[in-house]
Design a protein around this ligand. Structure first.
Ligand code: HEC
Ligand code: HEC
Length: 379
């Protein structure tokens, strides 16, 4: 009986709090409201209020502690060392001037701070450079998911005309001429011979060791209940409920590992990017992009596949307004490729306070910056 009452009060408080979030604290003093939320979220994850997830969403995961990378750093040290050097080595590029780290800069949370990447000969890419934090987790890489593994992915930028303008087929002999690499390849692979697969493999292993640091949210989950500010606690609740973010940004890394159209296709316009459709050729995939992890998001500006937003308020304003919902022009009535913004995106009408609270939560899942010394390259 006691248990029953416990469950009932639990449910009522969830309903009460969920409806409260629609009206600004529903007349309750802000601290009373926030205190009750903090109590709820101080319980084990399994007892948290259920998030608002649409019934059409088949797979979702609860948020959670930062997971460890599957790479066992101690046993693979020679491989990781080699991969790291290759990552920082501009000799992988055609001009000898661009390395992976030119665009994935450690001090900039492994991005480049630019709207769109700039590569070989100052050519501008059509897309924004994503961070490589936690990339081990993605089932598909790139904004459109055109690569299925990090091993395969590395060939992309090296061979790309506008990125590194290199040639993966010529690279092995080029690297074999650099004496200092011989012992490193031997330590990693048992022989000094270099081939393209080893280069890609070592790069992949190194990248799998690049993971976010623990954030205030992780410390909060581990029991340090004062690690989240009041605003961040309210933001956490909004993220899971009224603001609907959890429909896509779920699980410990805040991504469902899936693709969605949130309205940024620019269909039929100069900056059109059909996204996932370019890979699958399925009309339903027009305008879909990979859901990016939101860990460290405050440090990876500008945001979105095209670097559209340079301030986080802009992102929240756009979500609150329900994102662009393009309407067909008369001549587009029978256009089978016309993009449809995901029905998971809805007008939210968030108040200024609510947007600020969500931003406080995004700050709480952003950890201290990563510092890495640029390694001395082999000669
Ligand atoms: C000229 C800048 C530039 C260089 C150099 C560069 N990248 Fe990238 N990287 C990008 C851009 C832009 C994207 C997104 C491209 C897309 O989605 O179409 C990307 C995507 C990625 C991704 C996918 C991340 C994800 O979340 O899907 C990985 C991994 C990656 N790069 C690793 C590397 C490696 C390894 C190298 C060196 C061999 C490298 N990059 C060189 C700009 C660059
Ligand atoms: C329908 C699924 C969906 C929902 C709901 C959703 N997002 Fe996203 N989010 C995405 C996708 C997909 C992208 C990448 C879109 C693109 O680049 O065109 C994205 C991008 C972002 C980015 C930029 C990240 C980066 O690295 O560039 C932020 C920040 C973000 N979302 C925050 C939120 C917040 C906050 C909410 C709730 C208010 C939310 N999202 C709701 C799917 C979603």
């Amino acid at each position: 009986m006691k248990r029953m009452i416990g469950i009932l009060t639990g449910i009522t408080s969830v309903i009460l709090l969920s409806s409260l979030s629609f009206q600004k604290y529903n007349g309750l003093p802000a601290d009373t409201y926030t205190d009750s939320l903090r109590r709820l979220y101080s319980k084990p994850l399994a007892e948290w209020p259920r998030p608002f997830i649409d019934t059409t969403v088949q797979h979702w995961q609860e948020l959670g502690l930062l997971p460890a990378s599957p790479i066992a750093t101690d046993s693979l040290q020679p491989l990781i060392n080699l991969g790291k050097l290759l990552f920082f080595d501009p000799r992988l590029s055609g001009s000898g001037q661009i390395s992976c780290a030119t665009c994935h800069v450690p001090d900039l949370s492994w991005t480049d701070g630019r709207e769109k990447a700039v590569g070989h000969d100052q050519q501008v890419n059509t897309r924004n450079t994503p961070t490589i934090f936690n990339v081990w987790f993605y089932k598909n890489l790139f904004w459109d998911g055109r690569s299925n593994s990090l091993e395969d992915q590395a060939f992309g930028p090296i061979n790309s005309e506008i990125e590194m303008h290199g040639d993966m087929s010529l690279l092995p002999s080029k690297l074999e001429e650099i004496k200092g690499y011989a012992p490193l390849f031997k330590a990693a692979y048992g022989t000094e011979t270099v081939d393209a697969d080893k280069v890609a493999h070592a790069l992949a292993i190194f990248q799998k060791t690049v993971v976010s640091r623990k954030s205030d949210f992780d410390y909060f989950l581990s029991g340090d209940k004062n690690r989240l500010t009041d605003a961040a606690v309210r933001g956490l609740h909004l993220f899971r409920t009224k603001a609907r973010c959890m429909n896509c940004h779920n699980g410990p890394l805040f991504t469902d590992n899936d693709f969605h159209n949130i309205g940024l296709t620019y269909y039929g316009r100069k900056y059109e990017d059909l996204g996932r459709y370019n890979v699958t050729r399925k009309a339903s995939d027009v305008g879909k992009f990979k859901t990016p992890s939101l860990r460290d998001v405050i440090r990876t500006r500008p945001w979105m596949h095209n670097g559209l937003f340079d301030n986080i308020e802009g992102v929240l304003n756009m979500y609150s307004a329900g994102m662009p919902q393009p309407k067909r022009k008369p001549e587009q009535m029978s256009d089978t490729l016309f993009p449809v913004t995901s029905p998971l995106i809805k007008r939210l009408d968030l108040t200024k306070q609510e947007k600020d609270d969500i931003i406080a939560f995004l700050n709480a899942i952003t950890a201290e910056p990563w510092k890495m010394r640029i390694p001395v390259l082999p000669k």
